[in-house]
Design a protein around this ligand. Structure first.
Ligand code: Z5A
Length: 207
């Protein structure tokens, strides 16, 4: 496993506020003259966006292993074509989800064996891992309420609250296992407060 200090991932269950905090962080980093590359998973390449369409289609049934591998297909393309070249050029890369989403959703959530999940992730990333993971922790109830208030649930959000409970526990376990690389925030706090705190810590980490 090779953690890259300039690769930052936002993680959390659906509706945890990742995209909102990431947008706020980006504004603050740009105001300081930074030019980070921001991405979201799955997606970010022509192939990845097509795979994203398949994965989020609520009408399309899929076996757990098929789901695991589709996420990795999108990720492999993103890592090879976008993330590695950007890191090699010296840019900071901030991704809305990365490989820990797979550990939490397909591992803890769907119950796929850890070795299977790790082998699939490794095939996609060749061991590249974020130097910093920002976890926005919310209860499944709050996350689903926020998704519902936007009036949409995709294939993965359709799953039960119990599924998201396992995903949340999976994330918290990963954070406990990797305390030097994970920062956990209570995603129920006011948004501006969260953005200020996350931005201060990211600026400190990036030096
Ligand atoms: N997935 C997977 O299973 N395995 C993998 O390997 C990968 C992904 C990479 C991608 O969906 C799905 O793929 C995802 C995991 C799975 N599961 N689902 N669904 P996506 O990209 O469409 O969505 P998402 O990543 O789950 O994000 P989201 O649902 O859009 O939520 P979010 O980005 O965390 O939250 P948000 O959009 O910033 O906020 C949601 C709403 O809450 C919004 O109206 C905000 O204004 C509001 N909000 C946010 N923060 C606050 C606070 N602090 N206070 C009050 N209101 C707030």
């Amino acid at each position: 496993m090779a953690r890259h200090p300039a690769l930052i991932a936002f993680e959390g269950i659906d509706g945890s506020g990742k995209s909102s905090v990431l947008r706020g962080l980006l504004e603050r980093l740009r105001a300081r003259g930074g030019d980070p590359l921001t991405l979201r998973e799955p997606g970010g390449t022509p192939l990845g966006e097509r795979v994203r369409g398949l994965l989020l289609d609520a009408e399309l049934r899929r076996a757990p292993a098929a789901e695991l591998l589709l996420f990795q297909a999108a990720r492999a393309e993103l890592v090879a074509e976008v993330i590695r070249p950007a890191l090699a050029a010296g840019r900071t890369v901030i991704s809305d989800r990365f490989c820990d989403s797979t550990r939490a959703y397909q591992g803890s959530g769907l119950g796929l064996p850890r070795e299977t999940v790790e082998a699939a992730i490794h095939a996609a990333t060749d061991g590249l891992e974020p130097g910093l993971v920002i976890l926005l922790d919310v209860t499944p109830e709050l996350g689903l309420n926020r998704s519902d208030s936007r009036g949409r649930r995709d294939a993965i959000e359709e799953r039960a609250e119990a599924f998201l409970g396992r995903v949340r526990e999976g994330y918290l376990e990963l954070a406990r296992e990797n305390p030097e690389h994970w920062l956990v925030f209570d995603g129920a706090r006011p948004l501006e407060e969260l953005i200020d705190e996350v931005a201060a810590l990211v600026v400190e980490r990036l030096g």
